[in-house]
Design a protein around this ligand. Structure first.
Ligand SMILES: Cc1cc2nc3c(=O)[nH]c(=O)nc-3n(C[C@H](O)[C@H](O)[C@H](O)COP(=O)(O)O)c2cc1C
Length: 183
């Protein structure tokens, strides 16, 4: 296997398309959790209302076909590759995802990478974006940011999304769910 790493970001178009944000984000995370372990793809996907940011590692042909799939996905646009190349070893040992919102800890991480206004991948180098993603991956679930919960319109139940990570056939039981997205 030719081990590669790819660092990218793209715009989140879910709301512009008039699609339900939490439901579509949940579907994207579910696709990654289903497909990536089987394809030997590790890394992190971060997202908020505006952006997706990602690092993916694995076999270069698998990464290329995944990237083509993402580029064709209508829920995102302007996919920008910050870095792509051969690596000697992985930085991530599973594929995880997180909401790139705000909390005391997360704002401190943004500051570490020179972001004073929150996530702004257009102003980041490949190294700082992959550093931020690696730091995010190290956070406990309890330290992760929660997206702001917009007031649910009358009669519409608020939705909580929980995704439990799975790597290969090995369920990571006992670990807290990585994502809890409330809307
Ligand atoms: C920014 C972004 C990142 C994505 N990352 C992944 C990923 O890492 N793995 C994956 O299988 N699908 C990912 N997807 C979803 C794919 O575009 C596609 O919908 C999915 O792979 C379809 O597979 P499925 O039909 O098996 O769910 C991503 C989508 C977006 C918008």
């Amino acid at each position: 296997m030719y081990l590669h790493r790819l660092v990218y970001y793209s715009e989140n178009k879910i709301r512009e398309l008039g699609l339900p944000l939490a439901k579509e984000l949940k579907a994207i995370v579910a696709s990654g959790l289903k497909n990536n372990p089987a394809a030997g793809v590790t890394g992190v996907l971060g997202f908020n209302e505006q952006y997706f940011v990602g690092v993916i590692e694995g076999d270069r042909r698998r990464l290329s076909s995944l990237l083509v799939r993402i580029a064709r996905d209508k829920r995102t646009a302007n996919l920008t590759i910050l870095a792509a190349g051969t690596i000697d070893e992985r930085k991530f040992d599973e594929w995880t995802s997180f909401y790139a919102g705000h909390s005391e800890i997360i704002d401190r991480l943004y500051l570490r990478y020179g972001l004073t206004q929150g996530l702004d991948p257009g102003r980041m180098s490949a190294d700082s974006l992959s550093g931020l993603l690696a730091d995010f991956a190290k956070l406990d679930n309890g330290q992760q940011a929660r997206p702001p919960a917009p007031a649910a319109s009358a009669g519409e139940p608020s939705e909580v999304i929980k995704v439990t990570p799975v790597f290969g056939n090995q369920s990571l039981d006992g670990r807290k769910p990585l994502e809890t997205i409330a809307r």
